[in-house]
Design a protein around this ligand. Structure first.
Ligand code: G6P
Length: 477
């Protein structure tokens, strides 16, 4: 059901950004922003827009081409996915960071929330597990419950050398060899860079089915590449529809005029907020299906914008700490802080107009007015009222907040959401004049791990580590 051509349907399914509660009309001028504040950034916005267009056309933002992935690549993904759906009972993705968070977010958004517990005929495909850690208990627990004979592993690593993913792969490869013998290569699919890293070399040598992450696409921007498309297709998700949604949003975000471009608009407001010391960005979906979008966004936001740089001889530390929350659950844990804590946050809601399921609350206990009022409503009404009520509470407390409204959670709107948030992040990077596509700050920890585990070439780092100040016993109680 590709309905990309159907204009009315697209309009109906368009994601909307409601930024009323970012504006001075509602929050007053101490907290809120005025059109003049935004107009004041016109030159900077113009430059950032020029640079986005430049990068889009000259290979600096290849992820923007992903919604327009050529048909033959999609057909290949769909063909392999179709076979895997028939042949295997379990699909395990091995990956971390950008190679796991997107697949997890999309799978949770677009499939039954208890997908793995559904009977096979209802799922129509294998159970899906996303193994994104090296906690030995977690890995052992998974190996305990899956059958090697009917399991396929998709090892996903853009760099082809991430320690966590490669360690998982080494364990699984040997486990499969022991359990299924020389047929084991059938049980492994690699998704990686075409040239870089160790995984591609192993995949070629061992003859795994292999998919490629385009070289100019970084991990956290790779969900719409085979990284996310293969697991989604294996789970029966309509990947063409998801790409159509992303393409639709991409076109909306071509616009240079901030007022007509939802991604630019959000980025400009966040830029202004950062200028006023709002250094926390909360993402709070009011839908369990979108829960892991907050996790995916956390990596996108943190790695893209958390940067140190030198400005006219002074060190600047930039960024906004992403916080994950879930409505209504976290109303009962975090909202107290959002309404009465420091004025250091922007709260972003992900709201849903129409839930795919509805549950009526029965009219019982009519003699107890304190709960009887709930009867006759639906859970959809309740959760929407709670979202609106939280927005209102934040407004009353003069806290910056905005809402991204999805008409429904479906492949088309999820595709839009991915592209919207990626373009917003990249554009904010341009406004801040930082590189939103690298992550130099994670290298130190990676190198220290290599050194501790004895990777050749890291001997000096090991010596550096060994000479670090010893921890004092009296500071550990
Ligand atoms: O896909 P990979 O190359 O294995 O990378 C997985 C993750 O590892 C890193 O440490 C990076 O900070 C992330 O941006 C990346 O998504």
């Amino acid at each position: 059901m590709v309905r990309y051509q159907d204009f009315d349907w697209r309009e109906q399914m368009k994601i909307k950004v409601d930024f009323n509660h970012m504006m001075s009309d509602f929050l007053g001028s101490r907290e809120g922003f005025s059109p003049e504040d935004m107009q004041g950034l016109a030159d900077r916005v113009g430059q950032a827009h020029g640079s986005m267009a430049e990068k889009k056309n000259n290979g600096g933002m290849d992820w923007r081409r992903l919604p327009f992935t050529p048909g033959h690549i999609l057909e290949e993904i769909l063909k392999v996915a179709q076979n895997l759906r028939k042949e295997f009972e379990t699909f395990v993705l091995l990956g971390i960071g950008g190679s796991a968070l997107g697949p997890l977010a999309v799978q949770t958004a677009l499939n039954h929330l208890h997908y793995n517990e559904l009977p096979r005929e209802k799922r129509g495909g294998p159970k899906i597990y996303i193994l994104d850690n090296v906690d030995p208990e977690r890995v052992r627990a998974l190996l305990d419950v899956i059958d090697p004979a009917t399991t396929v592993f998709n090892v996903v690593s853009k760099s082809g050398s991430t320690s966590e993913t490669m360690a998982q792969f080494m364990i699984v490869q040997q486990w499969l060899q022991e359990k299924v013998g020389n047929q084991y290569a059938r049980h492994i699919i690699a998704t990686t860079d075409r040239e870089r890293g160790n995984l591609i070399k192993i995949a070629q040598k061992e003859g795994y089915t292999t998919f490629y992450v385009p070289s100019g696409v970084g991990g956290r921007y790779s969900e719409l590449s085979p990284v996310g498309l293969l697991p989604a297709a294996v789970a029966g998700i309509d990947i063409k529809e998801m790409l159509a949604g992303a393409a639709y949003m991409d076109q909306l975000c071509e616009e240079g005029n901030v007022w007509a471009n939802p991604a630019y608009l959000l980025a400009v407001l966040q830029y202004l907020a950062m200028g006023r010391g709002k250094n926390i960005s909360v993402m709070m979906p009011y839908a369990n299906s979108l829960k892991y979008f907050a996790d995916w966004y956390a990596q996108l936001w943190a790695e893209s914008l958390g940067k140190r740089f030198n400005l006219r001889g002074e060190e600047v530390f930039m960024g906004q700490t992403p916080v994950k929350a879930l409505g209504a659950t976290d109303q009962h844990s975090q909202v107290q802080l959002y309404t009465e804590g420091p004025f250091d946050k922007v709260v972003g809601f992900l709201a849903v107009e129409e839930y795919r399921q509805e549950v009526a609350i029965p009219k019982t206990f009519e003699e107890i007015p304190g709960i009887a009022f709930l009867g006759g409503h639906t859970l959809g009404e309740l959760i929407k009222a709670e979202q609106m009520a939280t927005e209102y509470a934040l407004l009353k407390a003069q806290r910056l907040n905005y809402t991204i409204l999805l008409p429904e959670v479906n492949a088309f709107t999820v595709g839009q959401l991915i592209q919207l948030l990626e373009i917003q992040t990249a554009f904010l990077g341009e406004l801040l004049n930082i590189n939103a596509f690298d992550q130099p700050g994670v290298e130190e920890g990676k190198n220290a791990t290599y050194a501790l585990l004895g990777r050749p070439g890291y001997e000096e780092k090991r010596m550096e580590l060994e000479s670090r100040p010893a921890k004092k016993k009296e500071f550990i109680i």
